[in-house]
Design a protein around this ligand. Structure first.
Ligand code: PGA
Length: 255
């Protein structure tokens, strides 16, 4: 398996943080630090900041993503945002199935699948999040959980469409806790997920799929995590809110 077959993608997940003004300022700070990066750089900002982020990133190598989208194209879904609306703005990426959505907003594997489908149909690149809870790791069912989440989320996704999918392996116990998975743990599960994808499609499709690790990745631990053969990038929460830290992770991906 050749890591060079895949594009490295470092994506910031800003979650529910920053005013619009702060968002523009952070992007303006990030841009010169990551200009010429060898990996893809994405910032996933709150819906209300998408236009600000698109304007601030115009002409740069920083891409803009959203943090969720609805499964329907339109309709009576008060408070929701469709993938088509995101594409209409010029947004290129969307995070789907983040564990905070699963934990706090009743997201299920089936609704995640619907949102993946909607993102692809709108022409977005979907960052699909999977990962086990601490109890699940302790019960030795990490692989079962990640396999189930991956298989259901990708139901109905063709091999060609897989090119617009990035999988982010995010062990829930590592998110926002400062408790990073070891490089070995991250590499092992990312490799396992690649095997699941190979089983669903074929080895070539799996070899071309970008799989990120996420969960307390930071400037200090990024290089070790990104050096693992099956870890092709990162989905970064806390550390993506500080330009020097985010840039250091991107530098680690380039190296
Ligand atoms: P964290 O968040 O880097 O703050 O742990 C990662 C994520 O939730 O995507």
């Amino acid at each position: 398996m050749n890591k060079k077959l895949r594009k490295a993608v470092i994506a910031g997940n800003w979650k529910m943080n920053k005013t619009r003004q702060e968002a523009a300022a952070l992007i303006n700070e990030i841009k010169p630090l990551v200009a010429g990066a060898g990996c893809e750089v994405v910032v996933c900002v709150p819906f209300t900041h998408l236009e600000t982020a698109l304007a601030a990133t115009a002409g740069s190598n920083v891409k803009v993503g959203a943090q969720n989208c609805h499964w329907a194209a339109s309709g009576a879904f008060t408070g929701e945002i469709s993938a088509g609306m995101l594409a209409d703005l010029g947004v290129g990426y969307v995070i789907v199935g983040h564990s905070e959505r699963r934990q706090y907003f009743g997201e299920t594997n089936l609704t995640v699948n619907g949102r993946v489908r909607a993102g692809l149909d709108a022409g977005l690149t979907v960052i699909l999040c999977v990962g086990e809870l601490l109890e699940e790791r302790e019960q030795n069912i990490t692989e079962e959980v990640c396999s189930l989440q991956t298989k259901i989320a990708l139901a109905g996704v063709s091999k060609a469409e897989l090119q617009n999918i990035i999988i982010a392996y995010e062990p829930v116990w590592a998110i926002g806790t400062g408790k990073t998975a070891t490089a070995a743990q991250a590499g092992e599960v990312c490799g396992f997920i690649r095997g699941v994808v190979a089983g669903l499609y074929d080895q070539a499709a799996a070899d071309g799929l970008t799989i990120q690790y996420g969960g307390s990745m930071n400037a200090a631990n990024a290089a070790e995590l990104l050096a693992m053969p099956d870890v092709d990038g990162g989905l970064i929460g806390g550390a993506s809110l500080k330009a020097p830290d985010f840039a250091a992770i991107i530098k680690a991906a380039n190296d």
